[in-house]
Design a protein around this ligand. Structure first.
Ligand SMILES: *Cc1c(COP(=O)(O)O)cnc(C)c1O
Length: 382
């Protein structure tokens, strides 16, 4: 049986220090030890997100944090602008509908990025918009949206800007405060390198002021309750997933030791190497504005995506993700975030060549891995 190599855009591989921390006996969470741990993690997340604002940690997957961001900022009957450019962005609209929130949907073709000028036009045309919901790295298409430019536009208005950075935060450059992001929504099992189970919401002062006027359709996810406990403790209103928070303390040590600039730079290197390898293989990028933390590749005509992915995993243990919804069978997605490194990328490209050859496709062995290696060498920094 081959070694397992998880390269999906979440969940991702967990560093050994985090795994070991979770092997310890469970302790109680209303203790000075937990308060100290929570304070340390709070500070670490502020650094990763580049914010001086509050960071709330919820027990739940990323979608719980999305729901929290929505119901705490828009009341029933309020109006939200959803920048829909993929499966995950579309989830904003689904959450809104579940809570009786009016949605103005700006849909762009999957694989393309939202044009910030359209956001400006829509905000002008619909002054009732209270919150703009966007995405940093759309994991269904591999697109990185220009969150910085959109943030600048929304900041000129009373509206809030909420960004799904569930997979993007910690790998794709993102500066919450400088880019005027009001709520940053993050998941634990992506670039933060945890097993699934944590949803995180970082909140700007502008957002708190707006949220103080909203009667949230929430109890468990009432962010004002979380803020109160943060001020008291710091702690959480309910039992936190504190074994995961302990693991987060470990992964944050790894991220902070490298520094955010270096983490973002390394992601750009791995993305460039993946693009070079894919080009040598003759596979095209799906994203018009490719993200740094993952790559979506169009599956060439004549290759069955499902067979390819199954064989790749069965023979070489390499687990990539297929396309979702209408992209099923059309693209494959691989991550280069967290502890995924140069050799994971080179190995994956080599395994892709072997798999294609086994499927009867013409392959020039070493071409993809060679192009990726050349790219890595050219971008190497001391
Ligand atoms: C993974 C992901 C989600 C969904 O998060 P869950 O943890 O599965 O609830 C939402 N948005 C993006 C961009 C993601 O990558």
């Amino acid at each position: 049986m081959p070694k397992k190599r998880l390269l999906t855009p979440g969940p991702t591989q967990v560093p050994e220090a985090a795994l070991l921390s979770m092997a310890r006996q469970v302790t109680h969470h209303r203790t000075p030890e937990f308060t100290a741990l929570f304070a340390e993690v709070f500070e670490g997340l502020q650094e990763v997100f580049q914010t001086t604002g509050d960071v709330l940690i919820l027990a739940g997957s990323g979608t719980a944090a999305m729901e929290a961001a929505m119901v705490n900022t828009v009341p029933r009957g309020g109006t939200a602008l959803v920048l829909n450019a993929g499966v995950f962005a579309q989830r904003w609209a689904h959450i809104a509908k579940a809570f009786g929130i009016e949605v103005i949907e700006h849909a762009v073709p999957w694989g393309t990025a939202v044009d910030p000028a359209d956001v400006e036009r829509l905000l002008r045309a619909h002054p009732l918009i209270q919150v703009v919901f966007g995405t940093l790295m759309e994991s269904s298409t591999g697109v990185a949206h220009d969150v910085q430019a959109i943030g600048q536009i929304v900041n000129q208005t009373p509206a809030l800007f909420v960004v799904d950075a569930i997979s993007g935060a910690g790998v794709q450059e993102c500066r919450m405060d400088a880019w005027h992001i009001d709520l940053l929504v993050v998941g634990g099992q992506k670039a933060l390198m945890l097993p699934p189970g944590l949803g995180i919401v970082a909140v700007s002062d502008k957002a708190w002021t707006a949220m103080d006027r909203v009667k949230a359709q929430a109890f468990y996810l009432d962010l004002k309750l979380h803020r109160a406990k943060l001020r008291e403790g710091p702690t959480t209103p309910w039992t936190p997933a504190h074994t995961l928070i302990g693991a987060l303390a470990e992964t944050l040590k790894i991220i902070r030791a490298a520094g955010m600039e270096a983490v973002w730079r390394q992601a750009r290197r791995l993305a460039a190497a993946t693009h070079a390898g894919a080009a040598a293989l003759g596979w095209e990028l799906f994203a018009a504005r490719p993200a740094d933390g993952m790559t979506a590749l169009r599956v060439p005509q004549g290759i069955d995506a499902d067979t390819f992915l199954k064989l790749l995993e069965a023979r070489y243990g390499v687990k990539l993700a297929s396309g979702q919804k209408e992209l099923k069978g059309k693209i494959v997605r691989l991550a280069h975030l967290g502890i995924i490194d140069e050799l994971d990328i080179l190995g994956t490209l080599a395994a892709m060549e072997l798999t294609l050859a086994e499927m009867g496709q013409p392959v020039r062995f070493g071409a993809a891995a060679g192009a990726a290696a050349a790219s890595l060498f050219a971008t190497h920094v001391e």
